[in-house]
Design a protein around this ligand. Structure first.
Ligand code: HEM
Length: 157
């Protein structure tokens, strides 16, 4: 029996997790939120957004865990730690930073504070607009991270 190439397996899990995680965030940002903005009056958008996002949040948590575990596995397996001391591997730093931001949002900030605060919001229209800007920023940084990671790990720069 052929030995399993565990690095390649971890890379496969990593890419599939990133696909559904960032793909989902992209869908929320570029399809769901603009659709709510076009269909719903400003004061109702936040409540609808929360209903839809709640369905995605648990899936995003799973993808974030898998992406982090597989990324950590690859780093440890190939002993890539020294990359974090080199500026040309900026995309490695970016991957970890982006992961940490999403992990904090999904596991700590959203369930502990944001969920309740938004449910009782006195300014739902402004909060929805702020959430939309935040999602656009996160998708933008995610796209830069993916371009950096694929390009960086395949010799583009
Ligand atoms: C704890 C967080 C993370 C760690 C430790 C990590 C680690 C790694 C490692 C070690 C590689 C392989 C690099 C190589 O082969 O030279 C990799 C590849 C990659 N990572 Fe991450 N990563 C993390 C999070 C992320 C995030 C948040 C994204 C995107 C939003 C991401 C996207 C990618 C992509 C697209 C590749 C390239 C896959 C390929 O083209 O084969 N990673 N990651």
């Amino acid at each position: 029996m052929l030995p399993i190439n565990d690095f390649a397996l971890a890379r496969t899990i990593h890419v599939v997790a990133i696909l559904f995680w960032i793909g989902g965030v992209g869908f929320v940002t570029w399809v769901l939120m603009p659709a709510l903005k076009a269909i719903e009056p400003p004061q109702d958008r936040l409540a609808w957004f929360q209903k839809f996002e709640a369905r995605f949040a648990w899936q995003a948590r799973l993808w974030v865990l898998l992406a982090g575990a597989s990324g950590f596995w690859m780093t440890a397996r190939a002993d890539l730690w020294s990359r974090f001391g080199e500026g040309r591997f900026w995309w490695m730093h970016l991957m970890v930073a982006l992961w940490a931001i999403f992990a904090a949002m999904l596991f700590v900030i959203e369930p502990r504070h944001l969920k309740r605060r938004l449910a009782m919001s006195a300014t739902p229209a402004a909060d929805f607009a702020r959430m939309m800007r935040l999602h656009q920023l996160l998708v933008g940084v995610s796209v830069i991270t993916i371009i950096g990671a694929v390009g960086g790990s395949h010799g583009l720069f």
